[in-house]
Design a protein around this ligand. Structure first.
Ligand SMILES: [Zn+2]
Length: 341
């Protein structure tokens, strides 16, 4: 073992170290020199003695320091690299849920109508025959009771009970109107946005439950012109100002006169398509002036007050707005469908 040998190892190390292309290679070189080369150097030092051993020992230690310092430097660089955060990179997007299309539609309806001064009121889903039919001028043997495929509730001695005691799942939100009129005096300006039930076979346009939007206004001197103005304003806000509205005469037991309201087809713009069965119009709403009998059974004097009412399916509104062709999608909880909203 001579001093020149140690000098040679140092030169060789530095050459290899500088020539390495990656820090991984450099770390490998440091490790090789620290472990293999140095252990053979220290082993040969053992054979020496006196001054020579002291001198060469010092140089060997310097060599060890050189390898270690390079190794430490590499570790520091790696640590810095691992800890470094690139603040210019885009952040991770949190997974957010979306609002159900029916809820979205309900909120939009409530928003538009509340700007016109309508207040949202609520009522029970389990209703009495009285509020669902009798108070709304639907007579006992009236076909409307069958027409709406009512889900009646099984009760003991049902036939002996009064209409206020006989229960059913409400078939229309108009039941809430009847309740509200009984407890509140005109002027009234309310909407109901709730679920109703029908005993129906389901298909792409029928469900056993769905949502209705119902509106009622009772005041002195209200006329069909007021109903038309409110209707027009609502649909222009909901679908856009380019939709047309038309009133057709119809029949409902609780209104007189009664109308079916159509909007011009939002898909084909009246040119005719499969959604509107080539007619250019979409049936959307039932409406009319509140029947005097309905006002009377709620304790409101029909000679002093008049009112109008309208009702439509929230599901149908959403189907037209978002061009959805199957009502069952709303209740299927399929995320592939719901994530689109
Ligand atoms: Zn059309």
């Amino acid at each position: 073992m001579k001093g020149e040998n140690l000098e040679l190892i140092k030169t060789k190390f530095l050459q290899e170290f500088e020539g390495a292309k990656t820090s991984k290679e450099r770390r490998k070189i440091c490790k090789k020199y620290l472990e293999d080369e140095l252990s053979s150097v220290f082993a040969s030092l053992k054979k020496l003695s006196g001054k020579e051993k002291a001198e060469l020992g010092k140089e060997a230690n310097n060599l060890k320091e050189l390898f270690s310092s390079k190794m430490t430097m590499l570790k520091e660089i790696k640590k810095e690299k691992d800890e470094w955060i690139d603040v210019t990179l885009p952040g991770k997007k949190p997974a957010l849920g979306s609002i159900h299309p029916l809820t979205r539609t309900q909120r939009r309806c409530a928003e538009i109508l509340s700007h016109m001064g309508f207040v949202t009121v609520e009522g029970p889903e389990l209703e009495s025959e009285w509020y669902n039919f009798d108070a709304l001028n639907v007579e006992q043997d009236h076909p409307a009771r069958e027409m709406q495929d009512t889900l009646f509730i099984k009760q003991k001695n049902r036939e002996k009970l009064s209409p206020r005691e006989r229960l059913l799942m409400r078939t229309q939100t108009s039941a809430v109107q009847a309740r509200y009129m009984e407890k509140n005096k005109p002027p009234l300006k309310i909407i109901v946005l709730e679920r109703v039930f029908r005993n129906e076979a389901t298909d792409s346009s029928h469900e056993i439950n769905f949502y209705q939007l119902e509106g009622l206004m009772v005041e002195e001197k209200l006329s069909v012109a007021n109903l038309q103005a409110v209707t027009k304003l609502f649909f222009h806000n909901f679908f856009g100002s380019d939709v047309d509205i038309r009133f057709r005469p119809s029949y409902f037991p609780f209104t007189e006169p009664s109308f079916e309201v159509d909007v011009s087809c939002t898909i084909c713009k009246k040119r005719g398509c499969s959604a509107c069965q080539r007619t250019g119009w979409l049936e959307i709403m039932g409406a009319g002036m509140v029947h005097p009998n309905v006002l009377e059974s709620a304790g409101i004097d029909p000679s002093q007050f008049t009112g109008f009412a309208f009702g439509m399916g929230v599901d149908r509104l959403a189907m037209i707005k978002y061009e959805i062709d199957d009502i069952r999608l709303f209740y299927g909880s399929d995320l592939r469908f719901l994530n689109q909203f």
